[in-house]
Design a protein around this ligand. Structure first.
Ligand code: SDX
Length: 428
């Protein structure tokens, strides 16, 4: 017998079905609530609202669990590669050797972008934040691949737009950086793998040899795995709602890039470094900054702390914290803000304000320290997050499309003026 719940409104009983997920999560299906009762629900920020059924990523915020298609993030971060995880998220299974070969080769063949993209890039002043450049260049693909505008694109066309997205994202990202520093762009060296190819496009200088440090490339690959998907977060929900209108994958992902840019979301990794630097410049007075974060009259928040879902340690933060030690040691980098970050975490996790609110370090708290050690400039941190999140956005866009979901259109409770007659301007 399917489980149901009963809602009694004005003495009348209404029954709604209960949906149980494969990990035993429970939801009340209120799809016909308004038709049955005339009521809608109100859940500002969607803290308690499921937008879809998805088989891609499972999070348990209380336990601090994160699985991609059933595989634990800890195992994938240690044993897999970013493109293998991308394949898993998008197509649902880990690839065979042959499938992986084909997938990576297909992506490598599509790293070059149309020369006219450079005309768009040249229009951006070097003061442009790379995230704004990235979202524009990514959306510009709709102009070069107008077939992507077809809402009923056949599967081979969808596959082509997927590998084009994965192939060109690193090129767009590296070019957005070169634009910011006024350097000529580098073209992708397709003899290299995904991360080494990106690093060479980022850091190679005209006429000079550039050797990719395997420690840096491996660390970046692991960071991309950790950022690859995170179920219905702000930017992914943005990709899904744009995708639900049957807009092109390129415009849906460009919208996701813009949502990720916000300092409360992916932009936090950049804000964490700025915060830690400010604490360092302030003489390392951590207690002062903790008090500021707790002060309701002070807009300052502890960046990299807290999470909408995790009310325990973000499992990604644990992995990144360990990786930070490893990478900095291997690179011989001694970054004083790593020690400040560890001390801040130690003090905060003992402070009742953070304990009561279950505020723990999230994925952004340590990632910036590694990016900095890898030589990635702080303005590019959120671009790194976008590169890592791309397979998740693609997977979620594809799932929405494959599930034939309707256009997303939430309701509201109107609180404005009730009907009133127009008053001509000379009578106001
Ligand atoms: C990401 O959703 C995802 O999955 C996102 C992400 C992903 O992979 O896609 O995990 C990536 O975006 C991680 C989060 C990065 N953002 C930050 O680090 C910015 C700092 N964090 C906060 O702004 C906040 O914690 C959020 C935005 C992350 C979550 O906000 P919520 O869920 O809306 O929580 P809230 O604002 O309702 O806070 C609850 C309480 C409040 O205090 P009270 O009003 O109850 O007294 O906790 C306080 C908040 O003031 N609080 C903080 C705090 N975060 C929450 N106080 C100080 N410092 C903080 N960081």
């Amino acid at each position: 017998m399917a489980k149901t719940v009963e809602l009694i409104i004005d003495g009348k009983s209404h029954t709604f079905p209960v949906v149980e997920g494969s990990e035993k999560e429970l939801a009340i299906d209120i799809s016909d609530l308004r038709d049955k009762t005339g009521y809608i629900t109100l859940d500002i920020g969607y803290k308690n609202t499921g937008a879809t059924k998805s088989a891609i990523t499972f999070l348990d915020g209380e336990q601090g669990i994160l699985h991609y298609r059933g595989y634990a993030i800890e195992e994938l971060a240690e044993k897999s590669t970013f493109l293998e995880v991308a394949y898993l998220l998008i197509f649902g299974e880990l690839p065979t050797k042959a499938e992986y070969e084909k997938f990576t080769t297909d992506i490598t063949k599509r790293t070059l972008v149309h020369e006219d993209i450079k005309k768009i890039l040249d229009g951006f002043p070097s003061t442009s934040h790379p995230m704004g450049v990235l979202s524009s260049l990514f959306c510009a693909q709709t102009a070069f691949y107008p077939e992507s505008l077809n809402p009923n694109r056949p599967p081979d066309g969808v596959y082509l737009s997927i590998i084009r997205s994965l192939g060109k994202m690193p090129t767009f990202a590296a070019w957005s950086y070169k634009n910011a520093i006024g350097h000529p762009v580098n073209y992708p060296d397709n003899k290299l793998d995904y991360c080494p190819r990106f690093l060479k496009m980022m850091f190679a200088l005209p006429g000079q040899e550039y050797e990719v440090d395997p420690v840096v490339a491996d660390a970046l690959d692991k960071l991309f795995i950790l950022h690859a998907d995170h179920e219905q977060n702000c930017s992914t929900s943005t990709v899904r709602i744009v995708g639900s209108s049957k807009a092109s994958i390129y415009s849906a992902i460009s919208a996701g890039i813009n949502a990720l840019w916000g300092p409360l979301h992916g932009g936090a990794n950049q804000e964490v470094i700025i915060m830690l630097e400010n604490i360092r410049k302030d003489g390392g007075n951590i207690d002062k900054w903790i008090d500021k974060a707790k002060d309701k009259n002070d807009p300052f928040r502890l960046m990299g702390f807290g999470h909408r879902v995790y009310k325990n340690f973000d499992p990604r933060a644990k992995i990144i914290k360990k990786a930070a030690d490893d990478v900095l040691k291997k690179l011989g980098v001694n970054d004083p803000i790593l020690e400040i970050a560890k001390k801040l975490e130690e003090i905060a996790l003992k402070d009742p304000y953070f304990v009561e609110r279950k505020l723990y370090p999230n994925v952004d708290f340590y990632s910036g320290i590694i990016y900095r050690a890898l030589g990635i400039p702080v303005d590019m941190f959120t671009v790194m997050f976008a590169m890592g999140r791309l397979p998740g956005w693609i997977a979620q866009w594809k799932e929405l499309r494959d599930q034939g979901e309707p256009i997303g259109r939430p309701r509201q409770v109107y609180t404005g003026k009730t009907k009133r007659p127009f008053v001509p301007i000379d009578k106001r």
